[in-house]
Design a protein around this ligand. Structure first.
Ligand SMILES: Cc1cc2nc3c(=O)[nH]c(=O)nc-3n(C[C@H](O)[C@H](O)[C@H](O)COP(=O)(O)OP(=O)(O)OC[C@H]3O[C@@H](n4cnc5c(N)ncnc54)[C@H](O)[C@@H]3O)c2cc1C
Length: 385
């Protein structure tokens, strides 16, 4: 059988790539190894409406809650600081199973053929090899996520080093809609999200998201910082600090996945007829936890630029989300170093402690790292500028 385009992986990136290539009139096949789209995906997950609506008609978007308030927590062993932000953008929590299914259905409605329970095992010339046999394709879009075995086998990227990867662990706790709203002081479909930056027991970033009938919580642990401790012990410790929020509810889901912190442009996004998108080329913004937005953007751009390899790479670099990720890499690498991570968390807590005690003259913490702060400030200006 022959297709114009074969897309590997019905995650958010692959489904949008298939949706757009089908819309453009290409005969498109979307292959997913899981029993259904989203069944193999791990995400918090919170999305920004504008990230999706730029590329997909969001009518019927299966959101869980509208995030009206984000709580940002900086926490050390000794103390913690909490800030509450009303987001400027429209943010939603989504279940990946429902969200990915919805996106894949959109691709099918546009004319793409979705085949699930099928793993692609290789790409050889214009042949895409699956466990069920081979198909021919003019173009292949690899949207296979962080564990990108096909992209690696084609030499388009290498394996991530520990300092380029964060391990994400996530749990979902079931509770009634009323209970979710009661525990977080919410009403109707209003939601809340928490982002926690802590150095205890080791540096990690945590999250808590409210859904209609559940609460999801998790941690991202930089693999280079793990040292002796098991990542699930970090999750255990985070959960016990939130015990009141999940008390009496049952664990519905437990999952873990690597989040790439590095990649394109050092990974190849395109090679003649093969295009790589999303996590497979490391398009995650670790500062804002945003992977779904750039995955969708790259899936769309790959399908827009079929036959124009350099055009795709250029379009990626011009895409606001992607270029911000690329520009922030050096800063992120610095901030994820254990000593810097600990320093900033303690600095913020120290500042607020000093401010609340009314005696800023006691602030001493910042003096220990002035040069590093200046360097990071310069790098930061490069990211926002
Ligand atoms: C714990 C955690 C929390 C996160 N929270 C957020 C969040 O709140 N917001 C956010 O924006 N991002 C979040 N992310 C990041 C986000 O999940 C990813 O960046 C995003 O899913 C990447 O999309 P993708 O389509 O590139 O890959 P994926 O979503 O991983 O999809 C890849 C798909 O390809 C399929 N596949 C792989 N290989 C093959 C093959 N050989 N044959 C057939 N099918 C194949 C897989 O089964 C899968 O369905 C989080 C990640 C983690 C781990």
């Amino acid at each position: 059988m022959k297709f114009d385009v074969v897309v590997v992986g019905a995650g958010c990136s692959g489904s949008v790539a298939a949706l757009n290539s089908a819309k453009k009139g290409y005969k498109t096949l979307l292959v997913e190894r899981g029993p259904e789209p989203g069944s193999k995906n791990v995400s918090g997950a919170m999305i920004r409406e504008s990230d999706i609506s730029r590329f997909v008609d969001i009518d019927g978007l299966p959101f869980e809650k509208v995030v009206k308030s984000v709580k940002l927590v900086f926490s050390t062993k000794a103390n913690s600081v909490e800030l509450r932000i009303r987001p400027r953008d429209k943010l939603y929590t989504v279940s990946r199973l429902k969200f990915d299914k919805w996106l894949a259905q959109k691709a099918e409605q546009a004319g793409a053929l979705l085949v699930t329970k099928t793993t692609v095992t290789g790409v050889e010339g214009n042949k895409v090899i699956t466990e069920r046999g081979g198909v021919e394709a003019d173009y292949v879009i690899l949207s296979e996520g962080a564990n990108a075995l096909l992209s690696m086998s084609l030499g388009m990227r290498r394996e991530l080093k520990p300092e380029e990867a964060v391990l994400g662990l996530k749990e979902v706790y079931s509770m009634t809609r009323d209970e979710v709203n009661k525990r977080f002081g919410l009403q109707g479909d209003d939601g809340e999200a928490w982002r926690v930056i802590s150095d205890n027991p080791i540096p990690f970033a945590g999250f808590v998201y409210t859904y209609k009938d559940s609460v999801s919580l998790g941690v991202g642990v930089p693999l280079s910082n793990v040292k002796g401790l098991k990542p699930y012990e970090v999750l255990d410790s985070f959960r016990s600090s939130l015990s009141e929020l999940v008390k009496g509810s049952s664990l519905r889901e437990y999952s873990a996945k690597v989040i790439p912190e590095n990649g394109f442009p050092s990974f190849k996004a395109c090679n003649q007829r093969v295009y790589v998108t999303g996590d497979a080329i490391g398009l995650v913004d670790p500062l804002t936890f945003n992977g779904i937005g750039p995955a969708i953007a790259s899936g769309y751009l790959a399908s827009e630029n079929l036959g124009q390899c350099e055009g795709y790479e250029r379009a990626l670099l011009q895409e606001e989300e992607v270029s911000r990720i690329v520009r922030s890499r050096t800063l992120v690498k610095e901030l994820l170093k254990e000593e810097n991570f600990k320093f900033y968390v303690n600095l913020i807590v120290d500042l607020f402690e000093g401010w609340s005690s009314g005696d800023l003259s006691k602030l001493k913490y910042y003096k220990s790292n002035l040069w590093a702060m200046l360097r990071h400030l310069t790098l930061g200006l490069g990211v926002v500028g």
